[in-house]
Design a protein around this ligand. Structure first.
Ligand code: NAD
Length: 499
């Protein structure tokens, strides 16, 4: 049995807590490795070493730090296939999808190659007589990144690249279910010239996370995962006086207007609903056709497309559309939710349950399922299913569809398919969701914008990556400076406006 290690001070370090978690191959159900779960003492030791390394790293000039990102980006490109394979082996997603996972992380690294421009301060000369005012952005110190299982390359890169290029040290706590890709990334960063200790990868579960939240040296926490944990981490980090941005779950709706190109909308729904087995925070999980005729025609177009999707292991060839769920418990939960939909009166138009793949009978596969006539009170509507299940909620009017999105607890992403610019513009302006697609199903902003949901999809301030990330990972210091010209004119006792 392969025993994974932590990555401390640039080297592989065995866990000492004596506790491990199984790392599964979701396609076969087999345990392929065991990952150490760090104790609080191990976390504290990693943080203490990072604190020393950060002080030196912060003194490296921004352009030299950016050069490490430049080299890192080059290495990630060179190792794209190996990273994708490592990621698929633990996550189960198809290789092209895994390469997309690496690519969308790499794009954030590319923006960080220009970090010096993001780190510039502001300056006002002659803000008063002989007075100059300037601000500078300084790193926070040691920060923590806690990431989910579903994007094992992309989200760690979203966290580490901006934090490190801004002069911080990062303790990365990847998901214990997909831990190996982060280790490969750490090796590549070392090869790119990152000094030891600036990135520490510490594996673990709740004990390790709580140790990070309670450690006084850790200045900020960037979290991505499910909403209950995001809220917990946000509250505990804030109670300790830390900066926190915690991104949570989602229930993304797509409105399909009667004038939409329904073939395109159906293709978009299939890709966004079932890609990566629906295990994406930006997956479309609710289709909202407006008008009965739109709904009937849409379902008619969706059914054959969904029925022809091929589910299989990532090694199953180019025609596999999506892989297994992450664990047996996820599969059981998704199939239980499907049953609850049936029991509560929704129409299960395509039933993906009971799928068995020859040679992979113990894998966590479930086929694509489609519901029609779902209503907002049903559990399948209220819960984030996080599986290959698309729910259709029929709306009579545009306003009814928009209200559905507005009243949903989550606000990560949403999309509208329409041929009418005025409708699209109204939707984009009024909807209370962080990322909006117009005739575009998964509107993950490019890396020079930034990513973040609203409502229960995100707690804290500032989005991840892009300019917001540099605001999050730096603190602003503002200096009011005066140099006397020679004659000392006495102390000013009044707090007054500069004239
Ligand atoms: P999760 O919340 O179970 O785990 C996320 C991280 O938190 C992991 O590192 C895990 O070890 C840690 N963790 C889990 N339980 C904990 C506890 N009780 N105390 C402290 N730490 C704990 O999430 P997941 O299942 O890995 O990922 C799927 C979820 O992430 C979905 O809800 C999905 O929508 C969400 N997600 C959101 C975004 C976004 O940007 N909004 C992106 C990707 C995934």
């Amino acid at each position: 049995m392969k025993e994974l290690t932590h990555f401390i001070d640039g080297a592989a370090v065995k866990g000492t807590s004596g506790r491990f978690s199984d790392v599964l191959n979701p396609a076969t159900g087999e345990v392929q490795a065991k990952v150490p779960l760090a104790s609080a003492a191990e976390v504290d030791a990693a943080v203490a070493r990072a604190e020393i390394a950060q002080k030196k790293w912060a003194q490296v000039n921004p352009q030299r730090r950016a050069r490490v990102m430049m080299k890192f980006g080059q290495l990630v490109n060179e190792h794209m296939d190996a990273l994708a394979e490592c990621l698929s082996r633990e996550h189960g997603k198809t290789l092209p999808d895994a390469r997309g996972d690496v690519q969308r992380g790499l794009e954030v690294v590319e923006v960080c190659m220009g970090a010096p421009a993001m780190l510039k301060g502001e300056y006002t000369g002659d803000a008063g007589p002989g007075i100059d005012l300037y601000s500078m952005r300084q790193p926070l110190g040691v920060v923590a990144g806690i990431t989910p299982f579903n994007f094992p390359a992309m989200i760690p890169m979203w966290k580490m690249a901006p934090a490190i290029s801004a002069g911080n040290a990062m303790i990365l706590k990847p998901s214990e279910r997909t831990p190996s890709t982060a280790m490969m990334l750490a090796d590549l960063l070392k090869e790119a010239g990152l000094p030891d200790g600036v990135l520490q990868v510490v594996h673990g579960g709740k004990e390790a996370v709580d140790a990070l939240l309670d450690n006084e040296t850790v200045q900020a926490v960037g979290f991505v995962g499910s909403t209950p944990i995001a809220h917990y981490i946000y509250s505990r980090a804030a109670a300790q006086g830390k900066r926190a941005q915690c991104f949570g779950g989602a229930k993304n709706h797509m409105l399909i207007m009667p004038d939409a190109d329904l073939d395109k909308a159906a293709d978009a729904l299939v890709g966004a609903g079932y890609g990566a087995a629906g295990e994406r925070c930006m997956a479309i999980s609710v289709a909202v056709p407006v008008g009965q005729e739109t709904a009937d025609r849409l379902i008619e177009k969706l059914v054959p497309k969904i029925e022809s999707l091929k589910v299989g292991p990532y090694t199953g060839g180019a025609d596999v559309d999506f892989g297994p769920l992450i664990t047996a418990a996820s599969k059981e939960r998704v199939e239980r939710l499907i049953q609850s939909g049936v029991d509560q009166g929704a129409d299960l138009v395509v039933d993906g349950r009971g799928l068995s793949i020859q040679g992979y009978e113990n894998g966590f596969f479930t086929g694509a399922s489609l519901f029609d006539n779902v209503t907002p009170d049903m559990e399948i509507y209220r819960e984030e299913i996080f599986g290959p299940v698309l729910c259709t909620v029929r709306a009579e009017t545009y306003e009814e569809g928009l209200n559905l999105v507005m009243e949903n607890d989550y606000g990560n992403g949403t999309a509208i398919y329409t041929a009418d610019g005025d409708t699209a513009r109204d939707f984009a302006t009024r909807v209370n969701v962080g990322m909006v697609g117009v005739n575009f199903p998964i509107p993950v902003p490019l890396s020079y914008y930034s990513f973040g949901g609203w409502k229960k999809s995100a707690f804290g301030d500032l989005n991840q990556y892009g300019p917001d990330a540099f605001r999050f990972y730096t603190k602003t210091k503002t200096v009011t400076s005066r140099w006397f010209s020679g004659i000392k004119d006495g102390a000013a006792l009044n707090f007054k406006a500069l004239d």
